[in-house]
Ligand binder design. Structure first.
Ligand SMILES: Cc1cc2nc3c(=O)[nH]c(=O)nc-3n(C[C@H](O)[C@H](O)[C@H](O)COP(=O)(O)OP(=O)(O)OC[C@H]3O[C@@H](n4cnc5c(N)ncnc54)[C@H](O)[C@@H]3O)c2cc1C
Length: 307
């Protein structure tokens, strides 16, 4: 090439893709899908195999989607594909002490007040993960079972080195590599945050009575207990306890665990039984001081962990 300026421009165009996304959790996959749908050539690099990410095992995690989040998934074509979506028709918020029942004063939000259909929706993690992945593939996202182990970025582009030894040069590197984002660390983005000293005990219960699409938030001294409607006679429980107590409860047998839960829960749904695994998530705030650096953007938990 005899024209130096032109040579520079051509060098700039020498990219393997427009965007490389590191991390194929729900945020990485959704971001990949959105960007591919907008016409960008996107690579998604995730060390966990596709089979593992599509596995139908239920870890008990479900998401509460506000209408705005539902609209995003609708625009991306994912919403109509989702199974077992449960509308939230009413939300009841109250407080009290375990075993003493709720306070007579409560806040109630009813979907009739917003005239836009349900207040929100509950979706199980396993269904969301799987449908996002399929939709991303259909949209032409190039998926690589690999890991970003190093990268260099400046104003002209980003070069990612992968665990397999391959390298990829892209216009933008999007870090969706979770709350311990190494990419953020490498570009010198610091984080602030703290532990709440609380743990969310998460499980799904099957119950005798219908939930009628009602979500409950019951505030007790150790933290909130959320009872969130799932399809059928099932509800997702997010039960917040102080960390040490949560560890004890999580180690209990199923019977003892339910005996501990029942006084918080009351009898309004009739008999209850566990319907799936029990998990425990320590709760913390963690937020990056900046969400961008030269040719690098942080998305999802890499940018901001709310819990
Ligand atoms: C019980 C529970 C309920 C929740 N409910 C809600 C809710 O209702 N609404 C809501 O918005 N959020 C909710 N959350 C939070 C939500 O689950 C997380 O915010 C979300 O899963 C984070 O997704 P992510 O893709 O950002 O990160 P992760 O899920 O942490 O994914 C990061 C991915 O990056 C990969 N990775 C790591 N390092 C590399 C690397 N070097 N190269 C390539 N890949 C890499 C990992 O393998 C992993 O797959 C809930 C969480 C819990 C525990």
């Amino acid at each position: 090439m005899d024209n130096a300026a032109r040579a520079g421009a051509y060098a700039d165009m020498d990219f393997d893709a427009d965007i490389l996304i590191a991390g194929g959790g729900i945020n990485g996959t959704a971001t990949a899908l959105a960007l591919a749908s907008a016409g960008f050539h996107v690579m998604l690099v995730e060390p966990r195999s596709r089979a593992e990410r599509k596995a139908n095992d239920f870890d008990g995690r479900s998401y509460a989607f506000a209408i705005s989040s539902m609209r995003v998934l609708f625009a991306l074509g994912v919403w109509p594909r989702l199974k077992d979506v449960q509308p939230i028709l009413r939300i009841k918020v109250t407080d009290g002490r375990p075993g003493e029942g709720p306070s007579p004063l409560m806040l109630t939000f009813d979907h009739g007040e917003i005239e836009e259909g349900p207040l929100g929706y509950m979706v199980e993690d396993r269904h969301l993960r799987s449908e996002l992945l399929d939709a991303a593939e259909d949209a032409g996202v190039t998926q690589m079972d690999d890991r970003v182990i190093e990268h260099n970025a400046d104003r002209s582009g980003a070069l990612a080195s992968l665990g397999s030894g391959a390298t990829r040069r892209v216009r933008l590197l999007v870090a969706c590599d979770g709350q311990k984002s190494r990419i953020a660390g490498r570009v010198g983005i610091r984080r602030m945050g703290w532990s709440y000293g609380q743990t969310a005990l998460v499980c799904t219960i099957a119950h005798e009575q219908p939930h009628q699409g009602i979500a409950h938030q019951f505030f007790v001294p150790a933290g909130p207990l959320a009872i969130l409607p799932l399809s059928g006679h099932r509800s997702s429980i997010v039960w917040t306890e102080r960390a040490a107590r949560a560890e004890t409860v999580q180690a209990m047998s199923e019977g003892d665990y339910l005996d501990e839960l029942r006084p918080r829960f009351g009898r309004f749904l009739g008999e209850v039984a566990l319907a799936g695994r029990r998990t425990a998530y320590p709760l913390r705030l963690s937020i990056a001081e900046r969400f961008i650096a030269d040719r690098v953007a942080l998305v999802g938990d890499a940018a901001h962990v709310a819990h």
